[in-house]
Design a binder for this molecule. Structure first.
Ligand SMILES: O=C(O)[C@@H](CO)OP(=O)(O)O
Length: 240
């Protein structure tokens, strides 16, 4: 039975500063580095031999993966960095402080932007220098696929192709897969894997730097799932 591990990156500098981050390429904080290292130790203790790794094109997830692979002494593993595993694009909110935005627009509005399933935040204008079309890392991505804002629903739609075309085939071939990604790209994957409803998924809060270990059957249905550090996480959805 293949094993899948999903890790949200360790705490970033902007998680610490309470800023909307999205596609901004913020690095890990000291705490985040320590969380990534601890994740690697916990994964080493499972004794699972990982075969392949996936991450986003954002350094907080990439660095988390590198630190984990270093702890596992598997830095040689094939690593695929894919834009489709990026955090949800937070539109014009990116860079703003979450508390200050709530003071300006109200808690209810900010809650809708953060945790509704299908309401995207205000978009970036296409000529805004922060729009991904100006960033060389997305040069190979068709312009019409690059978001100016995203809801969780839109995030799910753009994450699914990398799951079905790249990640699921590895698992079907019996390989153990490690994914280092983000709160909302992992919510999207968890929604699909565990069959969680549109309104329930927004309540799933995945902590930073705490691996979720999932054992799958041959049809890639989860048989067992849990956080490796159960003391630092809420419940996962019930299986079956
Ligand atoms: O700022 C972000 O990009 C995300 C994750 O840190 O925030 P939220 O908790 O609102 O999904």
């Amino acid at each position: 039975m293949p094993h899948l591990v999903m890790i949200r990156h360790g705490e970033s500098d902007w998680n610490r500063q309470n800023r909307f981050t999205g596609w901004i390429d913020v690095d890990l904080s000291e705490t985040g580095i320590a969380q990534a290292r601890r994740s690697g130790e916990l994964l080493r203790e499972t004794g699972i031999a990982f075969d392949v790794a996936f991450t986003s094109v954002l350094k907080r997830a990439i660095r988390t993966l590198w630190i984990v692979l270093d702890e596992l002494d598997r830095m040689w593993l094939p690593q695929h960095a894919h834009w489709r595993l990026n955090e949800r694009h937070y539109g014009a909110l990116q860079g703003l402080n979450k508390a200050e935005t709530a003071a300006k627009h109200g808690d209810e509005q900010v809650h809708i932007w953060r945790r509704s399933f299908d309401v995207p935040p205000p978009p970036l204008s296409p000529d805004d220098p922060m729009h991904p079309s100006h960033d060389p890392r997305y040069a190979g991505v068709p312009r019409e696929l690059l978001p100016a804002t995203e809801s969780l629903k839109i995030t799910l739609e753009r994450v699914m192709p990398v799951w079905s075309e790249a990640i699921a085939p590895e698992l079907r071939a019996g390989r153990n897969v490690l994914i280092a990604a983000h709160g909302n790209s992992l919510r999207a994957l968890a929604k699909h894997l565990f069959g969680i409803g549109d309104q329930e998924i927004v309540g799933l809060e995945i902590p930073t730097g705490n691996p979720i270990l999932v054992e799958l059957d041959e049809a890639l249905r989860p048989l067992r799932a849990g956080y490796l550090d159960a003391s630092r996480a809420g419940p996962l959805p019930k299986l079956g």
